[in-house]
Design a protein around this ligand. Structure first.
Ligand code: PLP
Length: 453
């Protein structure tokens, strides 16, 4: 049934049966609703508001930029101080050889730009056939047609299949908890994934392949899932062996969420050739995302057409970049990555202590302040919930009623059914916030579990 508010609103809301709550103000980690209720924003929206809500220094930076120059078209002839400053802040140390940035507005745009840049790179190198992208099952890289094309999220793809499924194929995700075989060691599992990827590269033909794309730590679809040790090293080696670009999607897991600025820094690899960032980049004060490029991409373009075949009206909007400079300065000045690591350990311990003993809790995993709880109907035997159980959605709904905003896996994502919820509080979270959040989660899981026991 359509909710009367949704029916009357001129906004096309996403869930017709559910009346959205109006948020009237927000401070720190709390959202204040029109109904008078206060909620913990325990996932920063979808992993965005990493400084919490309301930061006077960011407000000042935005206001200063508005008064100086609100808009320029950053496509060709113009640039602005905050655009240059933001790129320098991220790339000055040339992490993994990344040396150039493009700033766009959303994660999906960043994925599209990354795919297009990879394509242009091969054209500039005189290899125009290299255009196929290998992605992974149960992946999500965005909602635009281009980004959806490389996303292995079956339910999101389904009705658009005539628009997508071009020049793309999918291999298994690195999901040891469900897909590593009994008795298989980590090395054997990595080798199996490596063999599968290599077989796919050979099937398609390296001369036809532009890039392999993966999230470094999988976010919404598989629930804050870090790779097993050695996985990305194997992927990096294969990309080098067959001259394929490695695109790492760090839109959700990057910019500090796992405790290092880039999640791949914990993988012992030299880095990706192209990296996407978003969400935490602007901390939710502005819409902003970006694509980071290895120097070799720039060199190929510079030796070739000397330009970029991509652009948007609102790319590198100076208000957005000014806000992001302020966000990144706060993270640095307050040494917040240290807090991510410290509070992350406390969050892990608290989840282990309070959530692990609950029924249906099968796995607790994550890094930094990016954690998920996965549920199985029979954790001991490894039996998944049926697809229509909506167990995690019910936990999300119960949590919402209890004053806790969290994320759940809101869709079936391929040939394996995953039920999980995410807790990803802001980098400024305190120990007492963590206790409150996990306590509310505990109560919510218990409420949903009780009738099933
Ligand atoms: N890539 C990943 C890993 C994401 O989690 C998301 C969004 O959740 C996107 C891309 C798309 O970003 P956006 O919703 O800003 O377009």
């Amino acid at each position: 049934m359509t909710d009367p508010f949704v029916a009357q609103s001129h906004i096309l809301h996403r869930a017709f049966g559910q009346r959205p709550e109006k948020v009237v103000s927000a401070k720190g980690i709390q959202l204040m609703l029109e109904s008078g209720k206060t909620m913990y924003d325990a996932t920063c929206g979808p992993s965005v508001s990493v400084l919490g809500h309301h930061q006077p220094k960011v407000t000042d930076a935005i206001t200063r930029q508005l008064n100086q120059v609100a808009y320029i078209y950053s496509g060709a002839r113009f640039t602005a101080d905050p655009n240059e400053e933001l790129a320098s802040m991220i790339l000055e140390s040339r992490p993994g050889g990344l040396s150039k940035a493009i700033f766009v507005n959303s994660g999906s745009e960043a994925t599209d730009a990354a795919i297009k840049l990879a394509t242009q790179y091969w054209h500039e190198r005189g290899l125009p056939n290299k255009s196929h992208v290998i992605s992974r099952k149960q992946s999500y890289h965005g909602n635009t047609i281009g980004a959806l094309n490389v996303s292995g999220h079956t339910s999101r793809r389904e009705i658009y299949r005539d628009w997508i499924s071009h020049n793309v194929s999918f291999v298994d995700s690195c999901y040891a908890f469900r897909l590593q075989k009994a008795g298989e060691s980590t090395n054997q599992y990595v080798q199996r994934l490596r063999d599968q990827l290599e077989a796919e590269i050979i099937r398609v033909g390296p001369d036809n392949i532009s890039a392999f794309i993966a999230e470094t730590v999988s976010g919404t679809t598989l629930g804050c899932l870090p790779p097993v040790p050695g996985y990305f090293k194997a992927v990096r080696d294969l990309c080098d062996k067959y001259d394929i670009l490695l695109i790492l999607d760090e839109i959700m897991c990057g910019m500090g969420k796992t405790g290092t600025m880039h999640a791949w820094e914990q993988e012992g690899i030299r880095g990706p050739d192209i990296q996407t960032i978003g969400k935490a980049l602007g901390g939710g004060f502005v819409p902003l995302s970006g694509v980071l490029l290895h120097q070799k991409i720039f060199d190929a373009l510079a030796a070739g057409s000397k330009g970029l075949l991509h652009g948007h009206t609102f790319q590198a909007h100076p208000i957005a970049t000014a806000a992001a400079v302020a966000v990144q300065k706060i993270i640095k000045e307050q040494d917040l990555l240290n807090n991510v690591t410290r509070m992350g350990r406390i969050l892990e311990d608290t989840l282990e202590e309070m959530i692990r003993p609950l029924p249906f809790v099968a796995d607790i995993r994550g890094r930094g302040l990016f954690w998920a709880v996965e549920f199985l109907v029979d954790p001991e035997k490894g039996v998944a919930f049926p697809e229509d159980s909506r167990f995690c959605n019910k936990v999300v709904d119960a949590a919402f009623e209890n004053g806790l905003n969290i994320l759940g896996n809101l869709g079936v994502t391929g040939d394996i059914h995953v039920e999980h919820i995410i807790i990803a509080p802001p980098y400024v979270v305190s120990e007492s916030d963590i206790t409150d959040i996990v306590q509310l989660l505990k109560v919510s899981i218990e409420e949903v579990s009780r009738p099933l026991l």
